[in-house]
Structure formats: structure tokens, C-alpha cells
Design a protein around this ligand. Structure first.
Ligand SMILES: Nc1nc2c(ncn2[C@@H]2O[C@H](COP(=O)(O)OP(=O)(O)OP(=O)(O)O)[C@@H](O)[C@H]2O)c(=O)[nH]1
Ligand SMILES: [Mg+2]
Length: 451
């Protein structure tokens, strides 16, 4: 597919700022730019590519709209591999919209979300996983997420997948040779060899698929859920950790009804903290629904903070909660450590904390950061951060396992080959060696406009 139209979009976020950038890409990008931009000192000569010009952006009537900088990137040495022109205007929302309007009047079409990156992919300048990584880099909200997205941008995931796909293709060749020359009677040798290689490739893919939890922690952050009885001090602790008053705190039991989220950046890793409704038999419908949400949050947690009111007696509901979370990845906290303590929590290795005198808060942050690092995996390892990649890996593994099974059941190699070919296609969908229009729409449709 080749694109024959020229697209335009504002590539900077909406609103006011220092600069806004309007970008053109396509066969007519240069011609349109010549019509709307007059460089100060070029005396009407053509624009030298990859050089920045100061000049005027003009409307259809030739009246100046703004003084701006203009750069012409001649394809294929550009973001999209087509001719690209970028205008850096003053950062006003109205101004940028007006400039875009002029470009459209001159024959450009408004770009779809992600269309610049899609063109870079279709024109062969970047692979699919690299294109997806562009979005991850933009969305990254912690050091670890950014590092992981950059690794993918540099093509490390594509490299891994291509290697495994090639191994499958070699296997397929091996199987097909045995199909073509059955009289050679190498089949029993070949079968053993194929089985071994199938197991090896699917094992490698499995280990990669298993990094998905680490990948989620890396890009979305560690999910930390605060649970406990009403008035245990959950909302107070959330506010203390977040450093702002996110949740309402009162001495009324049952204050928090909904699940409240706060994101904090701890030691380069993102943490999502969830404050929940105090667990008890709800007095009214709203509270009951809140408790249901709390239960769901508990299921989804990477780490559970179990809060026990340190200044009170251990309540039967506390015991229930401690029993229920005993198999979870949890930290038991004895709250209100500034008050005279009564509750005995020795068997639970509870950490005393207080939001009044800040006792235990540093220790808690250290423990959470340590846990986040452990779950995010070793620093420079490649992990799966994208659900589409994860699904494709799982499907390739399933096909390879099906192939192993048909092989061990003594089926014809033709049948085995079918499953191996499916695994090859599933892997190809990750790198874009085999993707359809619909999938491409789906992937690039999630991008922002102008990227
Ligand atoms: N002295 C002292 N009081 C605290 C501490 N933490 C919370 N409190 C008090 O305990 C009461 C309940 O605190 P919350 O944070 O609202 O408790 P909660 O667990 O969110 O309660 P629900 O939302 O009702 O489930 C409030 O009056 C807080 O001021 C603490 O560390 N020390
Ligand atoms: Mg609360």
C-alpha cells in the first residue's frame, strides 16, 4: 500500500504553551509548504532539507498568520519516510487550529490518530512493535516504564520474536522435507528431532509470555490495595503516602464508599494505591456496593496492605481478614501507632504506622519499592508490556503445543505442519509480518492525533 494523499495535524497537545507544532506528510507536503510559508532570507529559493528556516506562515489571502520556524524533511529521511514539513508556531490553540485550517484549504487532509506512525510502519521505516513502543514512550509515567518502552523502540522485542519465528520456519522446512521424501524413511529420526525442537521453541516463548506480570508492573505500576475494617485508618494512610488529601477522612465508620485511586512514583516505579470501603456487613446499599468493590480490588492486587486499628481490640472481622489474606502478598500494618497500643499482632509481623507522627512510613515505602522492583523483574530484561503481544504469544504457544501433541500421537507430518504454520502466523502478527487492515486500525487508532 502506498499513500497518495498528504496529511496534516497539530502534533503538540491542545491548549496554550510556548510552541505548537503543525506537521504535514505526503507527496504534496513540500508544495503546500511553499504556498503557505515564506522564508525570511531565502529570496524565494527552494528550501534545503533538514535546515530550519525562520519566516512567515500565511493564510489563503497571503496575509501573515504567525512568525514561525519551518523544517523540511525530505523522504525517506523523515519520520514517516515521506516528505514531511514541520511548522513550529507560537503556542496558541486558536493559532495552531488556524494554521491547520490553511493547510487543509491547500489540499492536505486531517490525519487520523496515529497516522504518521502508521505511515512510518507501512513505508517500512519502523516495525510494528517499534510503532507500538512510540505510544508507550509517550505514555510512560515512570523511569522503569520509559526504559522498557525505549528497549522495545530499539527493536529488542522484534528481534526476539523474529528469532523464534525463524526457528519455527526452520522446523517447518524440516517437516516439509520429510513430507516430500517419505521413502527416505528418515521419519522416525526426524520425528524425534522435530518434537525436541518444538518443545524448545514453545518453552522459550512461554518464559517470555510469563513476563507479563512484570510488564504490567513496569508500565501500569504496582497495584497496592488498602483493606481493613471501617475507621482502621486506610484513607488517612492513602493521603499520607500520596502526599495530598485524596480521600475524605472522618471518625465516622464507613466514610469511604467507593474505591479511590492515587498514583505515586516511588524510586522510579509507579504505584497505584487503592483505598477501599471498610470491610463489614454494609449498613445500606451504597456501603454494600462499596464493600463489593473492595473485594474486587483485593482480587486484583499485587500487594495488599492489611490495616488493623492498633489502638483498638482485635475484632472478629480483623481475624477473618487476616485469615483470608494469609496466602496473599501482603503487609500487615498496625495503625495509629502514636496512640497507646492494645492490639496484639505479634504473629503477623505487623509494622506499626502512624500518620500523626509518621512512624513506620519510611519503612513502608522501602518495603513497597522493594516489592515493586522484585515484581518488575531484573533491570535490563525484556518483558511483555502489551496485551496484544501477550495474546499472540499465547496463541503461538497453543499452536506449537497442538503440533507436539499431534506428533506424539503419530499423526502425519502434514497435520503437524498446519499447526506450526499457525504458530508462525501468530508470531508474525506481533512484528507486523502478517497483519490485516483491521488490526492495523485497531493498533494505530489508539494513538493521539498528530503522532
Ligand atoms: N491518632 C491517630 N488517628 C488516626 C490515624 N490514622 C487515622 N486516624 C483517625 O482514625 C479515624 C478514621 O480514619 P480513616 O482514615 O477515615 O479510616 P478508614 O479506614 O478510611 O475508614 P472508613 O473509610 O470508614 O473505612 C479518623 O478520625 C482519623 O483521624 C493515626 O495514625 N493516628
Ligand atoms: Mg476511608
Amino acid at each position: 500500500m502506498k499513500f497518495d494523499d498528504t496529511i496534516a495535524a497539530i502534533s503538540t497537545p491542545p491548549g496554550e504553551g510556548g510552541v505548537s507544532m503543525v506537521r504535514l506528510s505526503g507527496t504534496n507536503a513540500y508544495a503546500i509548504a511553499r504556498r503557505v510559508f515564506k522564508a525570511r532570507r531565502s529570496k524565494g529559493k527552494s528550501l534545503v532539507p533538514w535546515r530550519v528556516y525562520l519566516g512567515d506562515f500565511m493564510d489563503m489571502a497571503g496575509a501573515p498568520v504567525d512568525e514561525c520556524l519551518c523544517t523540511y524533511f525530505r523522504g525517506p529521511r523523515s519520520y514517516t519516510a515521506e516528505d514531511v514539513v514541520e511548522f513550529s508556531l507560537h503556542g496558541g490553540g486558536f493559532l495552531a487550529a488556524k494554521a491547520l485550517d490553511v493547510l487543509v484549504n491547500q489540499g492536505a487532509r486531517l490525519a487520523e490518530p496515529g497516522e504518521f506512525t502508521r505511515r512510518a510502519f507501512v513505508n517500512g521505516r519502523i516495525g510494528l512493535t517499534e510503532a507500538e513502543a512510540v505510544m508507550d514512550v509517550i505514555r510512560a509515567s515512570s523511569d522503569v516504564a520509559l526504559r522498557q518502552a525505549n528497549e522495545q523502540l530499539r527493536g529488542r522485542l522484534a528481534e526476539f520474536v523474529t528469532l523464534q519465528r525463524n526457528r519455527c520456519l526452520e522446523l517447518l522446512a524440516l517437516v516439509e522435507v520429510s513430507i516430500d521424501f517419505p521413502e527416505e524413511d528418515t521419519s522416525s529420526v526426524a520425528r524425534g528431532h522435530v518434537a525436541e525442537r518444538l518443545a524448545r521453541v514453545s518453552g522459550t516463548l512461554r518464559s517470555m509470555a510469563d513476563t507479563v506480570q512484570a510488564g504490567r508492573v513496569t508500565s501500569d505500576g504496582l497495584r497496592v490495595v488498602l483493606v481493613g475494617r471501617p475507621n482502621a485508618g486506610k484513607s488517612s494512610l492513602l493521603n499520607a503516602l500520596a502526599g495530598e488529601d485524596r480521600a475524605i477522612v472522618t471518625d465516622i465508620a464507613g466514610t469511604t464508599r467507593d474505591t479511590i485511586e492515587a498514583r505515586i512514583n516511588l524510586d522510579g516505579i509507579l504505584l497505584t494505591l487503592w483505598d477501599t470501603a471498610g470491610l463489614r456487613e454494609g449498613k445500606d446499599l451504597v456501603e454494600k456496593l462499596g464493600v463489593q468493590r473492595a473485594e474486587r480490588a483485593l482480587e486484583a492486587a499485587d500487594i495488599v496492605l492489611v490495616l488493623i486499628d492498633g489502638a483498638g481490640e482485635l475484632h472478629p472481622d480483623d481475624r477473618k481478614l487476616l485469615a483470608r489474606t494469609s496466602a496473599d502478598n501482603r503487609i500487615v500494618l498496625a495503625t495509629k501507632a502514636d496512640l497507646p497500643r492494645q492490639v496484639a499482632l505479634a504473629p503477623y509481623d505487623a509494622l506499626p504506622v502512624s500518620v500523626v507522627n509518621h512512624e513506620g512510613l519510611t519503612e513502608l515505602r522501602i518495603r513497597l519499592a522493594r516489592e515493586a522492583r522484585r515484581l518488575a523483574g531484573p533491570e535490563n530484561s525484556l518483558v511483555i508490556t502489551n496485551m496484544r503481544h501477550h495474546q499472540a504469544l499465547l496463541s503461538s504457544i497453543a499452536h506449537l503445543e497442538a503440533a507436539s501433541q499431534t506428533l506424539s500421537q503419530g499423526w502425519e507430518l502434514e497435520i503437524v505442519a498446519i499447526d506450526v504454520r499457525r504458530a508462525v502466523d501468530a508470531l508474525g502478527a506481533i512484528t507486523g509480518d502478517a497483519i490485516g487492515e483491521e488490526l492495523a486500525d485497531n493498533i494505530f487508532g489508539r494513538f493521539c492525533i498528530g503522532k
